[in-house]
Ligand binder design. Structure first.
Ligand code: AKG
Ligand code: FE2
Length: 272
């Protein structure tokens, strides 16, 4: 189990503010990641089969419309799907991790924030580049204004080691404050033509948890390996930015929460 003291949180805060993302290596035990992956891959396969209309596969227990997020940036063989709020995926040692919450408390200066979504990004072999983009529609919020405080973060953890071959995440650090609407539609053309030496592939070890400022420019990359590269994403938001579908869970799952967990999961729907 990690403690807040394992990391220099002031330094991590500066990394997030300056780079637009921050890594916490060795935050989750590798055995836990392996257990989650073993449960997640069959779930993903079911959704994959279901997304092929010819398969006839039906999903049980979750409303279909929640499972596959709209194909905003979807390209071939890249799956963005909701993660069920159930074991082993919804683990308080992850979503209530003391180092993570101490970090978010410090960044936002309050404990009043919410978990607003649990989803996953899984490029399969054969997936291709995404367009360079920002997430969560956030760049359209206030054109020309670089918000000093980001109201929403994706807290991410890969279920395999990520590398160039299996499609590690690519990011252009320090672009979170760039807010020129004239550039917004031209990033692919610009970044693939000009010289941007700070672009970086996040080749991550299993057990790393990292926080992505959704404004920072990034893209998914081709998976040329022989295995999928799943990553789970828990979204944390300030209440004013929390316009998301509720997270569905059973009463039994909800009853396991700590007081802090109940507060953070205010946007929930009990489904039995
Ligand atoms: O995990 C990846 O490869 C990138 C996914 C992504 O940025 C997105 O779907 O918005
Ligand atoms: Fe993205």
């Amino acid at each position: 189990m990690t403690t807040p003291n394992q990391y220099d949180l002031d330094l991590k805060l500066a990394e997030l503010q300056i780079n637009g993302y921050v890594l916490f290596e060795d935050l989750i035990p590798v055995e836990k990641i392996d257990r989650i992956r073993e449960a997640f891959l069959p779930f993903l396969e079911t959704v994959r089969a279901h997304s092929d209309p010819a398969s006839g596969v039906k999903l049980h227990g979750h409303s279909d419309d929640r499972l596959v997020v709209e194909g905003r940036l979807q390209v071939v063989n890249r799956y963005t799907i909701y993660v069920p709020w159930e074991q082993p995926f919804a683990d308080p040692e992850i979503y209530e991790n003391p180092a993570l919450l101490a970090f978010l408390d410090r960044y936002w200066g309050t404990t009043d924030y919410l978990i607003t979504c649990y989803h996953s990004n899984s490029p399969y072999p054969g997936s291709e580049y995404q367009q360079w983009h920002r997430d969560a529609g956030i760049s359209k919020l206030v054109p020309h204004v670089g918000l000093e405080v980001c109201p929403h973060f994706g807290v991410k953890f890969p279920l395999v080691d990520t590398c160039e071959e299996n499609g590690s995440f690519e990011i252009l650090p320090s672009t979170q404050y760039l807010a020129d609407p004239a550039l917004e539609t031209r990033y692919d053309e610009i970044l693939e033509t000009g010289d941007f030496p700070s672009r970086r592939r996040l080749n991550l070890k299993k057990g790393t948890l990292w926080i992505q400022d959704p404004r920072t420019l990034h893209r998914g990359t081709p998976n040329r390996s022989d295995h999928p590269r799943p990553e789970l994403v828990i979204c944390y938001s300030l209440p004013w930015f929390a316009q998301r579908l509720p997270i569905e869970m059973t009463q039994a799952e909800f009853d396991k929460f700590s007081e802090r967990g109940k507060k953070m999961l205010a946007n929930r729907r009990i489904i039995g």
